[in-house]
Design a protein around this ligand. Structure first.
Ligand SMILES: *Cc1c(COP(=O)(O)O)cnc(C)c1O
Length: 426
């Protein structure tokens, strides 16, 4: 589908007068509508809850919007737990899905009363030693092998490799963990798995839920425990490319309902709550980067040089990911030129796009990089002394507000504050 930015050139120019480029901007209206549709798609399940994966967009203003829409949060570190608490999340509004967990992180999750999702059977004695076993506890499953969905009606194939993934435990270990946790006082159990990332196929969640529901029945029959929730985790993808299909959340919700009624209900497990831990699906399309084209050069190829760089959006450099780009105000102009769109890091992979067709760009033009609302700002870094950008919220009424200021050199040098004799003029 044709991609149009959620803000116009005029709006961008108005913002740039107050907040210089580059910055990440988020669309409150889009975030709320998408959230409501997700809840509608799973409204057949009484206990349904989305635990937003904080790592995708760890901004308190965004997290509060999601909280107002009924979401909880999924954390994996003490820092994310502390941030979530500051945003008003508490108790079972928080899912703690960590791995290689430090003691103090586990203790914090326990103290907050979060749902603890353990990554390994060896975490049972670890829990007992560090904080104790909570009344409700979740275990993360890894089926091993290769997870594959054949090309469906929408022509999209899904393949990922759980057998090579460090997360979760085998079915035998799940069973052992359930028994040991029960002996240690746990009364209610959850099951969690994350098998494939950024799936644009509508069949992923249905397939995954079938696997987990059958596992739940086997585990209940073998161990006699009460399973209270099944966490389908993240992985629902978004259409980064214009020619990719958009995921159909109503279809996805319904495919999970069918498996629920087919597998869980006949086994007397119809009271199970379905949880999700979506990050990308909740935010990616509702965030973008606004950057200015500062320089152009013509050597063996044509290059655009932006004031944003891979330190603001790592995905293209790290995964070769595609992010659509629109030249604001030139939405309807023909894409006659072919550019590499670059940032200023001394790294040749600092390219937002390679051989991208765009309309003719002038220095000073504002470019909009699409779908950066999840795993965008949050993966930012400071290589080459590049500073993290501001984050801006475009509100429902069309006004905007700063929701994180840009870093300054002072922030960059702040970790040298243990030395009195080190002074930098900035
Ligand atoms: C990253 C992550 C998510 C979110 O994944 P998305 O691809 O953004 O939906 C959910 N759960 C866990 C445990 C994760 O690590």
């Amino acid at each position: 589908m044709k991609k149009t930015p959620f803000l116009s050139l005029e709006k961008a120019q108005e913002i740039v007068k107050e907040i210089p480029t580059p910055f990440h901007i988020y669309d409150e209206k889009g975030i709320r509508e998408n959230c409501r549709n997700l809840y509608k798609a799973f409204s057949w399940n009484k206990g349904f809850k989305e635990y937003f994966a904080v790592k995708a967009t760890p901004n308190p203003y965004i997290m509060k919007i999601l909280k107002e829409e009924g979401c909880g949060v999924d954390c994996s570190t003490i820092t994310e737990l502390v941030l979530s608490k500051a945003c008003g999340f508490s108790g079972t509004d928080i899912m703690f899905s960590s791995n290689v967990t430090p003691e103090e992180d586990m203790q914090k999750a326990y103290d907050l009363g979060a749902y603890i999702n353990i990554d390994d059977v060896n975490f049972v004695p670890f829990l007992k030693r560090v904080c104790g076993v909570p009344k409700t506890v979740c275990c993360r499953y890894n089926p091993g092998g290769v997870f594959q969905l054949s090309a469906s009606e929408d022509g999209v194939q899904v393949m990922d490799n759980p057998g090579e993934a460090k997360y979760g435990m085998t079915e035998e270990q799940m069973e052992k963990a359930f028994v040991e946790l029960k002996e240690a006082g746990a009364e209610h159990f959850g099951i969690h798995a994350f098998l494939a990332s950024n799936t644009v196929s509508n069949d992923y969640y249905g397939e995954l839920s079938g696997i987990l529901f059958e596992l739940a029945v086997r585990l209940k029959n073998k161990t006699g425990v009460h399973i209270s929730f099944i966490n389908l985790s993240g992985g629902i993808g978004v259409d980064y490319r214009e020619d990719e299909p958009k995921t159909d959340i109503m279809f996805i919700g319904d495919s999970v309902r069918k498996k629920f009624e087919e597998i869980l209900v006949p086994n007397g497990m119809g009271d199970i709550s379905i949880f999700a831990e979506l990050g990308r699906y909740m935010l990616a399309p509702y965030g973008g980067i606004v950057a200015t084209c500062m320089h152009q050069k013509h050597i063996y190829k044509e290059y655009l040089g932006l004031d944003a760089c891979a330190a603001n959006l790592m995905r293209p450099a790290m995964y070769g990911s595609y992010h659509h780009i629109t030249v604001l105000g030139k939405e309807n102009e023909e894409r006659t030129e072919t550019y590499d769109v670059t940032g200023g890091l001394c790294e040749n992979n600092d390219k937002f796009a390679i051989d991208r067709k765009l309309p003719k760009v002038e220095n000073g033009d504002l470019l909009f990089i699409h779908d950066t609302g999840a795993h965008g700002f949050s993966m930012g870094y400071n290589y080459n002394g590049k500073l993290r950008s501001a984050e801006v919220l475009l509100k429902e009424d069309g006004s905007f507000s700063l929701i994180r200021r840009a870093e300054t050199m002072k922030d960059y040098f702040a970790t040298f504050d243990f030395q009195d004799d080190f002074k930098i003029d900035c």
